[in-house]
Write a protein that binds this ligand. Sequence first.
Ligand SMILES: Nc1ncnc2[nH]cnc12
Length: 365
Amino acid sequence: MDVEARKDAPPPARGNKAMHRFLVALNCGMLALGAIGGPLLSRLYFSKGGHRQWLSAWLETGGWPLLLVPVALSFVARRARDRAAPVLLTPPRILLAAVALGVATGVDDFIYAYGLAYLPVSTSAILISTQLAFTVFFAFLVVRQRLTAASVNAVALLTVGAVVLGLHVSSDRPPGVTRGQYWLGFTLTLGAAALYGLVLPLVELAYKRAAAGGGRAVSYALVVEMQLVMGFFATAFCTVGMIVNKDFQAIPREARQYELGEARYYTVLVWSAVLWQCFFLGAVGVIFCVHTLLAGILIAVFIPVTEVAAVIFLHEKFSSEKGVALVLSLWGLASYSYGEWSQARKAKKKREHAAAVEAQQPAAP
Ligand SMILES: Nc1ncnc2[nH]cnc12
């Protein structure tokens, strides 16, 4: 848990390298599970008789207590090594940033849930894919993330995929949704993409500030701790919305009237909370292990998978546009991965060359 990883740090030692690879795989896996399963279950809630946007938003981060387990384990391990170890690893200034980012996530969850109430999950997913363009833009501004030919190519391919899919959006209004509601959902979903595209690089900036302030690399334990704080405040924000909207009183009534039955209603709610937790923890974990842009790329890449899953499980229509978008996004991922791999290989060769030149220099008298 305490493994440290920063892009600008020297290459990790062999044991750390294995742990780093494990964390990359774990976080990519969690992000995949959450990015595909979260929207499907949220849409299943709305399509079978759920109407509460604040409740749906609440479920996106309401699983934050799950993070108490790794945070507590990390604390116990630290206390076993050092009796004076502090309860929290996160510096106070960064905790304050996590509170603000948590509230921003709560706002984002609400506008995302509002959009999903009025759009098919396939349309919502297409609109959310524009998040990548916002992430690239804000990552460049906020954390000076370099733009390479491979990342620009990946963004272009994913954007073309979204535009191709966008060509059929006007014909897919869900039953009972008015034209006005459809376009409100459309606009709010684009707003959610922009806001989350800003939140991701700000999370990376917070890690950088935490590393600079503490004089050492950020650990994965700190990442989980920050996510716990963000999840708590995002949920608190949505709880206020639920209280004002009288959602808590409406839940038992809504459960009784749910098309799939009462037990399945609660199952959908519980699994929504678990899968969305995987999404948010996976996203910040990928930012920590690699960087913001990869988190944005992966979220975009899973979108066509969500499309196919929506066709299979929610019986949404599969059009030829969806097939084209799927191919384009896989191509985008391949292009990006190849670009990163060749950059890393060039950097490694450069380091080895510099080390060889240094070894040949005669020792100073
Ligand atoms: N609240 C949210 N949940 C999932 N994906 C998102 N993309 C942008 N906002 C989102």
